[in-house]
Design a protein around this ligand. Sequence first.
Ligand SMILES: Nc1nc2c(ncn2[C@@H]2O[C@H](COP(=O)(O)OP(=O)(O)OP(=O)(O)O)[C@@H](O)[C@H]2O)c(=O)[nH]1
Ligand SMILES: [Mg+2]
Length: 286
Amino acid sequence: MRSGFVALAGRPNVGKSTLVNTLCGGKVAIVSDKPQTTRRRIFGIANGDDWQLVLADLPGFQRPRDPLTERMQRTVDQSLEEIEAILFVLDARERIGAGDRYIAQCVFSLGVPVVIALNKVDQLKPGHIASQMQTAAELGDFRALHPVSAKTGDGVAELREELVELLPEGPAYFPAEQTTSLSLEEQIAELVREKALQLTREEVPHAITVEVDELTEKVARVILYVETDSQKQILVGKGGAVIKEIGVRARPEIEHLLGRRTFLELQVKARPRWRRDEAMLERLGL
Ligand SMILES: Nc1nc2c(ncn2[C@@H]2O[C@H](COP(=O)(O)OP(=O)(O)OP(=O)(O)O)[C@@H](O)[C@H]2O)c(=O)[nH]1
Ligand SMILES: [Mg+2]
């Protein structure tokens, strides 16, 4: 049996979580078009007949601005220890630039193999992909470079094989039926947050955090926190339209996860400066 941990590194929004989901063949991490969607480490587990690949999905590298983003960057730094390899993800649609080179300096100095995934190559012209691959190749002494689309799945099977080959002999770290390290409550909170991110913009997505208050056989009671009353108004929407839509979108996925019908009760609360509240961040597992 081969097994081990591979951590994802890259700028925010390059598609790390989407790629973890595709590599695992199911939804492990939430995804959005807003940067800083992932706030903590989530293990996604991919299993084969004689291997187990544990992928550590992580926040994107960033310059900390407050205690929340400080904790996120600390999570990134700590998660790059005791792993078998790094999967360094780049966005083929963006210019590969200073942000990527900064991350490259860090990941290529860790002494473990670095595999580069040049993501989002769907709909790109072959010539453009080739020139991006050339730029990516200059970032450091990589083990392999794979152009992929996490969205369509193109190139992902080959990437998975490459990663599995880097794993040493070892035990299964998680039972075969488990695909994520998050508890049910945490998965529900993340699903609700994903829908809230879809329906908000500008500073609001960054001010949202979600907590499951109660989960019973019949009911999931979930609280969405924002920082100000005006953000609360936005998240509730006119006549409750926004929060209702969040529920409509989240409920089928939550019912699928739980395997039963569930009454989803959503409540929005303003919690000033929660991103700076260390006790709150601790409670949220951030
Ligand atoms: N076209 C295209 N879009 C993609 C692909 N992979 C991810 N995306 C989109 O890119 C955006 C960001 O995806 P995420 O997976 O949330 O990115 P991330 O790197 O985890 O972002 P953070 O958690 O914020 O650091 C989403 O809108 C995805 O749908 C891809 O292969 N092709
Ligand atoms: Mg993410």
